[in-house]
Write a protein that binds this ligand. Sequence first.
Ligand code: BES
Ligand code: MN
Ligand code: ZN
Length: 498
Amino acid sequence: MEFNVKNGSIEKQRTGCVIVGVYETRRFSESAEELDRLSEGYLSNILRKGDLDGKVGQTLLLHHVPNVPADRVLLVGCGKERELTERQYKQLTQKAVQVLNETGATEAVSFLSELHVKGRSTYWNIRFAIEAIQELLYSYNEFKSVKPETKRELRRVIFNVANRKELAEAERALVHGQAVTLGISFAKNVANCPPNVCNPAYLAKLATQLAEDYNNITTTIVDEKTMAELGMNAYLAVSHGSENPAYLSVIEFKNHPNPDAKPIVLVGKGLTFDSGGISIKPSESMDEMKYDMGGAASVYGTMKALAEMDLPLNVIGVLAGCENMPDGNAYRPGDILTTMNGLTVEVLNTDAEGRLVLCDTLTYVERFDPELVIDVATLTGACMIALGAHNSGLMSTHNNLAHDLLNAAEEADDKAWRLPLGEEYQEQLKSNFADLANIGGRLGGAITAGQFLSNFTKKYAWAHLDIAGTAWKSGASKGATGRPVPLLSQFLINKAKL
Ligand code: BES
Ligand code: MN
Ligand code: ZN
């Protein structure tokens, strides 16, 4: 889909369709009002007959509206004026595109950017429209021998802004929206990719490709031999049972006006498959553990979005690729591992592998002298139990960083909710035989996982995002969500403004 912005008057739009909003009950938006005037009451006449009262997502497609040069007019219900939520706005935008895809219109000019979404500006209306449309149109058909045929006539949506002065922010929204949605689809594609194809080497290949596509990016791959030299024994232990060697990909984006500026580091858990290892998982839904690289996928997607926006920042994205399998060589419950920072860990459950891969990666990134580090991981089932599928879990030892992330989450409508950390939780990680155990019992499982990681992040400002509930959807609409690419991209956009 192609997107554009413009500032034009509705009576001059020679296009396949103009899209305008109608609030409840039968209240015209500014542009609908204008069309009604132009057509000498044609629209109000129709509404009076009861064909549309303005409920969210209702649509009415009209042809040959008098004095209107556009081939069609699509009226879209917008609910109660000034009560329109982001979610409803996205839904009605998707509905409009769905309806137009069933027509012969190849281009539409949308006047929905003028809607009053609670607490949002034109900038956000355009960004959310792009995100909602790309979400609707996404499908993953890489491995289907017959690609599903969908009728998609609509090729171009132009967002109209009411005022010339809004053009600059509209253009910014266009650039940001397109970059973020590209990052989201890149993240979805790699996450949806099956685990016999998307293994750690595949993640490393994608990371390397980014460096070929963008001048500002250099990628370094750390292999198991180097990891062994560095003493990344916790990471390596997880990989031991797998035939597919682990690779840590380091994607460096350098574009800060001060080249020596400390980098922002994003670390993604990249378990391309998590069987649980010797503490093997139940077989039900085990296929979904291909999504255990959702953190790495979102870091990769965010680096893509960042490179597209070319923000003036230094950012390093790290993909911690690994596979957790049961095998004669696999690590076992009872093993004691010496991590890269020297702390020893007693393995009480080989399914708590993400924190083992991450703890060494978090030590590894100390070498970059980071301004801050954010790790993103499908870390615990407990986080899904705590927050459901709508909020990612945020844990942080730095309040400023936590607030910046919560703000970005709110702005991007990619929600996160903070959970606590603290010494009480540290006690749950006591081991009789090592410095730490790798599990902390049933209570507060998302928190004890975050607390475990905090033992390895003392050298920098750090936050942890547990995306176990948000990275993918199960059931009939099974598929990657691309979250938290919107949150992370917004965090970086905000950083670039400072
Ligand atoms: N990748 C899983 C977490 C997960 C499970 C995410 C289901 C999404 C859906 C992680 O490696 C894991 O297995 N965690 C264990 C930890 C436990 C053994 C302390 C869990 O959550 O059960
Ligand atoms: Mn696991
Ligand atoms: Zn896992």
